[in-house]
Design a protein around this ligand. Structure first.
Ligand code: NAI
Length: 377
């Protein structure tokens, strides 16, 4: 089978998420890094792309140059990953979709609900895939939980509780460091800080595992470091369409917590628990029974958990391979083959609607607000 050509925008040298995309996209032999505009500094971007093996004429200085260059080629890239800072996602993703490229966009997909709706419309009109990198949903044992919920193994889900709370911005003495400060500055980050950055991963996870969507929410936002305009801590209560009660805590000042992303799902006949720092295990407790630890790679897991697990039982299998699972399904989708769940532009749009609903709710002292995008009401 021929490899697909892949291009990347952002994710340059020293970036946080760039390496996970490069490892993930190339892990299974589906994609070749054929083009890139990797850095906001054109020369650095060109030089780094070439060091990664990109031909000089496809190591671009910026994304507009890449769009023009790739659109004119017969062997144009099949997929473009957008891994730049948040405020640039919309413009870049829209331009590539309109020019007929498939896109994998980092989260948050856009800054506003209107932009999110436009991406959904543009992708549909162009007949192209716009996926969003909710990569935690691609861990094998997250797929296991989803399959168990869907099969009714814990009964109707009453309650989902999730947190994405770390402590890496908890040092008030470091709050003015430019790499931290922009995240809480509305001019750079938009309407929300921590909730838009990490909370939406947790909210997407709740929807993904429960197989349901958020209908309404009530939020309490706090800027615990006073110089911050946007929230560094949020508690969000929500209700799903099917009536499931949801609780979500996200924070960047929870000193001592590292990645701090976990989810618990409580049904009528059992409960499930998963944490990103122990991604190979799901804790399952049947009502009235003992807690069992389910291990990635063991016999008897769901088809999806088995399909997306590559390394033998008890060997660590981490974040870049979860990203790789997104690329596996993207490659299959691009080739028109059968594939598993792919987080899409619709999910990116739902997240943006939830962010704006949470901001409105927090400003109104926790009033309950419709969290659905107008397009889906
Ligand atoms: P970063 O600041 O570490 O790196 C950003 C990279 O993009 C740098 O190489 C920079 O030179 C480049 N860049 C900036 N503007 C550009 C432009 N106009 N054209 C080309 N390149 C440009 O940022 P980080 O943490 O890697 O985040 C990037 C995106 O990935 C963000 O949207 C973030 O929310 C998302 N992210 C997602 C994660 C996930 O779990 N899915 C985890 C971490 C980040």
């Amino acid at each position: 089978m021929t490899k697909l050509n892949w291009g990347m925008i952002g994710g340059g040298e020293g970036s946080q998420i760039g390496p996970a995309h490069r490892l993930g996209a190339q892990a299974d032999g589906n994609f070749t890094l054929a083009a890139g505009a990797l850095d906001f500094d054109p020369e650095r971007g060109r030089a780094y792309a070439q060091r990664l093996g990109v031909a000089p004429d496809r190591a671009y200085g910026d994304w507009r140059e890449m769009l023009a260059g790739e659109a004119a080629r017969d062997d144009r890239v099949d997929l473009v990953t957008v891994a730049t800072p948040n405020a640039t996602h919309f413009e870049i993703a829209r331009a590539f979709l309109q020019a007929g490229f498939h896109v994998l966009c980092e989260k948050p997909m856009t800054m506003t609900v209107e932009e999110g709706e436009e991406i959904v419309r543009v992708a549909k009109a162009a007949g192209r895939i716009c996926a969003v990198n909710y990569c935690y949903s691609a861990y094998p044992m997250v797929r296991q939980m989803r399959a168990m919920v869907a099969a009714g193994e814990i009964g109707k889900v009453r309650l989902v509780v999730t947190s994405f709370s770390h402590g890496h911005h908890g040092d008030a003495g470091d709050a003015d460091n430019p790499r931290v400060r922009w995240r809480y500055d509305p001019k750079m980050a938009g309407v929300s800080g921590q909730f838009a950055d990490c909370g939406i991963h947790a909210l997407h996870m709740a929807s993904f595992v429960c197989g349901d969507e958020v209908r309404e929410l009530s939020a309490d936002f706090a800027s615990t470091i006073p110089s911050r305009v946007l929230e560094d801590d949020a508690m969000v209560n929500f209700r799903m369409q099917g009536g499931t009660v949801g609780r979500l805590w996200t924070s960047s000042v929870a000193i001592g917590r590292q990645h701090g992303f976990d989810i618990q799902v409580f049904g009528e006949t059992g409960g499930l628990r998963w944490a990103s720092e122990q991604p190979n295990q799901v804790f399952y407790t049947p009502v009235g029974g003992r807690t069992q630890i389910m291990e990635k790679g063991e016999a008897g897991l769901s088809d999806e958990a088995a399909r997306l697990s590559r390394v033998a039982i008890a060997h660590p299998e981490g974040f870049p391979l979860a990203v790789a699972n997104i690329y596996v399904d993207l490659a299959a989708a691009i080739r028109g083959e059968q594939h598993g769940a792919l987080p899409r532009a619709e999910d990116g749009l739902r997240s943006m609607a939830a962010v704006h609903a949470a901001v409105a709710s927090a400003r109104d002292r926790g009033a309950w607000v419709d969290a659905r995008p107008p397009m889906f009401r």
